[in-house]
Design a protein around this ligand. Structure first.
Ligand code: M6R
Length: 366
């Protein structure tokens, strides 16, 4: 059942190109200047009434939600707040008929996410769900549903559900932007092309598996890891940091790189491992200076960057490259590297990869 892989997690990492293809191809067309989102009924008229969007989810799904916020604000110019379901439901959020709630849940059964949905519906909000399970509670109760066609995800650590959630977030952002008239055809074509190329990008990244494994085995006894990034890279680093905590039990933190000087730099000392995500073109220079700052305090820096940004090799101790791509899509290949890294750190440390201690696949109680 593991298809020759040692763990479900590794199998699911390898299934990502297919999962992405299945999620994207029926919705993106070469000949149409639109994105066809299944049975999503939310049309222009309804959308024009919406003045606020919340994206609510837990764990990995919340991290996909942060990228969703970034993309929807960029392409559809509607204010979006991404929130953790257990926070959202208890903070008396401002919800009315002009609110759109987007829920993200692999299982569609997470207790806090369901509670957030019911609260929002009660107050008159429209609810759109992104889920991986047909017939799940979320899919039955939401007004609109968009499925991630990732197939069953067995490992507790989410991998293919996350990358397909990202694909859905980009498609929703573009769809809303087209309805709003805030995305032009040129932009649409450009990002659609990159999205269509994402399965292939992931295939390329997976080919680096043995190099990432070697690195993980070499560093298996690190105690703390700091992830730094800016913009989408920061959101991707939150996910990389969660993967590391969950399955390899290494203490890790993800910080927006600009926050370094506001506290966390105090923790950097000789040999501290810093993973710096540097895939965002406009923020690259800023990341380079942050790398210099931590290097000056003795950090060992692993950078993730786009293939053509070779200058990074002058600053970092080790670089893993993703294929060149449109910046917004970069989190997809980037996170796959971080998944593989967390996986091999977990294996090297003898942890139970698929069933990490204290965790359940689906959190159906508070
Ligand atoms: O089924 P859901 O997407 O609602 O689950 C949300 C989280 O419990 C889940 O993403 C969790 O954080 C994973 N273990 C992450 O790998």
């Amino acid at each position: 059942e593991k298809g020759g892989y040692e763990h479900f997690m590794l199998k699911e990492i390898h299934e990502q190109p297919k999962a992405l293809r299945d999620t994207l191809t029926s919705r993106l067309y070469d000949d149409k200047k639109e994105i066809v989102l299944d049975k999503i009924k939310l049309g222009k008229e309804e959308l024009d009434k919406i003045n606020r969007i919340y994206i609510v989810a837990c764990g990995t799904a919340y991290h996909a939600g942060l990228i969703g916020k970034y993309s929807i604000e960029k392409y559809a110019r509607i204010p979006v707040e991404a929130d953790i379901a257990s926070e959202f439901r208890y903070r008396n959020p401002i919800i009315d008929e002009k609110t759109l709630l987007i829920l993200i849940s692999q299982s569609g059964e997470t207790a806090d996410t369901l509670a957030a949905m019911r609260l929002a519906k009660q107050k008159g909000a429209r609810v759109m769900a992104v889920t991986n399970v047909v017939g799940s509670s979320v899919s039955r109760e939401a007004d609109d549903v968009l499925y991630t066609w990732a197939g069953p995800e067995i490992a507790v650590a989410s991998t293919k559900a996350y990358t397909t959630q990202l694909a859905c977030m980009y498609m929703i952002a573009l769809h809303l932007g087209m309805l709003k008239g805030t995305v032009n055809e040129e932009e649409l074509t450009k990002i659609q092309e990159s999205l269509k190329a994402s399965p292939e990008m992931v295939e390329k990244v997976i080919k680096k598996e043995s190099a990432i494994k070697e690195f993980a085995y070499d560093k298996f006894n690190v105690r703390d890891v700091f992830f730094l990034g800016r913009g989408s890279d920061y959101y991707a680093s939150l996910e990389g940091s969660l993967k590391m905590k969950e399955i390899s039990y290494i203490h890790s933190e993800a910080y927006p790189a600009g926050e370094l000087k506001h506290g966390p730099i105090a923790l950097i000392e000789e040999g501290t491992v810093v993973i710096a995500l540097c895939t965002q073109t406009e923020l690259l220079e800023k990341m380079m200076s942050n790398i210099k700052e931590v290097k000056a305090r003795g950090a060992y820096v692993v950078a993730l960057a786009k293939e053509s940004d070779k200058a990074i090799e002058k600053e970092a101790d080790k670089v893993f490259y993703i294929p060149d791509t449109q910046d917004d899509i970069a989190p997809i290949p980037t996170v796959v590297i971080l998944q593989i890294l967390a996986y091999y750190l977990s294996v090297a440390r003898g942890c139970d990869v698929d069933k990490p201690r204290n965790l359940a696949k689906s959190v159906t109680v508070e």
